[in-house]
Design a protein around this ligand. Sequence first.
Ligand code: SAH
Length: 526
Amino acid sequence: MAEYTDPRVSAEQMPELSDGEDDFDVDDDEEQWMEEEEEEEGQTVTCLFCDRSLSSVAATLQHCMLEHHVNIVDVIRTHNLDDYGYIKMINFIRSTKCTASSLTELCDTASPWESEDFLRPVLQDDPLLQIDPEELCDIEGPVPPAGVRSHDALLQRARAAEDRARQSEETLARAMDDLHKLKLLAQGLVLKAETCKPGNLGAVAELREDEDEAYFSSYGHYAIHEEMLKDTVRTESYRDFMYRNPEVFKDKVVLDVGCGTGILSMFAARAGAKKVIGVDQSEIIYQAMDIVRSNQLEDKITLIKGRIEDIKLPVEKVDIIISEWMGYFLLFESMLDSVLYARDCYLADGGSVYPDLCNISLAALGDTQRHRDRIAFWDDVYGFNMACMKAAVVPEAAVEVVKAETLISEPAVVQTIDCNSVCLSELEFVSDFCLKITDTTDCTAIVGYFDIFFDKGCGNKVMFSTGPQVTKTHWKQTVFLLEKPIPVQAGAELRGKVTVRKNKRDPRSLLVTFDLGDRKQTYSLL
Ligand code: SAH
């Protein structure tokens, strides 16, 4: 009677399940802003038109307006000054020592600071050169007196900037998502075109009408099933669970949600089930019908084509639900939603869903070579700077096999799901995590993976992991690259917060946000 053990996952490592609330706060940002303002206040700023030193940029601009009757914001607006124009204007005033009135006269005609010479700073570390003229002009109305540009105002701006950044990240994630959908749609079209008469445009229109069609089309092709069947870690775990626990299946009615080629239905039949019902919306089910007949199991296995949510089962209740619904990072594809629907509609009291327990784990990675390949690469591409591409690369989580030797922390379980009791809303969650660092190096990415357990009522429990330290599966691992590596010390803890939510534009895809101290990045999973 072999009990599974997974030495990497101990009870202490399991944090409490989060309450699922989106509890982001801005405390850290507030502190940062306050520090910045204190710094700004510590610096003195020399007036543009007299020798007075003032305590801040805002105070200086206010002083110029009150004492010298020059509103710098107006000058910026009137001359439509960009960063360079603004710098040149400040240096022009300082170097020519022009008076406020002569500046006003000069400005009436043209900008007298056109020369590139005025790009050279006149004062070392001139605080007036460190501000963004556009931001200055964004403040409506005249510059408020020093001190009035209080924490509140700065905080408001910080929050607005943070909102804008978040919105941009989400827009980007959605755009990438749309691209992926287009790709799936195109694949679907090709597959469909192969099975339709040439010139049958009705099929195209139909495809556009139903977004999920692309998803099911991708499962219509044999190749995806070949890949899953050849994933021996996956398929043998299901087989071993059923064959080694015949007492669980004896004389039971089993529902196989998303039966594909029918492999799990056939395992269940061989394990002693009285009746098995396999459901799949994809056209692969027609192959499954042949397969079931070829194996003389048609008396035991009934196959139904359709979405589990749309069809009506020939029985009221089932004793067991089996399904292989897991996607990348466990929840991608959101197929678990359909299994929960089946559970809530059809599972008899005392019945069970298998697999029942699932963990999502994270670990820190230190793979400088890979980071260089993916990020620094863009700094010099055949002698050209393509650094802007990093903004597209980073937010796209990568599905790839991670070398175990690049792990630089112990893993931490961030979510545990019990398929017999979890509800839909818990599939989106926020979880704090703490990674115990094992190497002194740079953390270049966070890796995510999942473990699956066939546990409830099994004399012979079975589990498998999709982590980097064991045999690889077709799920590989999910890598969330950090734009800038974080230096870490062996023995230290890397603390953070992970948020997993469905992409509202496409609930089958996920948005995963990592909050690591002052860094926050949203990743989309395509
Ligand atoms: N059970 C098979 C196939 C798993 S892949 C195996 O283990 O090899 C998941 C399958 O579920 C796909 O064939 C897909 O078409 C099907 N599927 C996903 N969501 C479904 C739903 N809501 N209703 C019916 N079938 C679904």
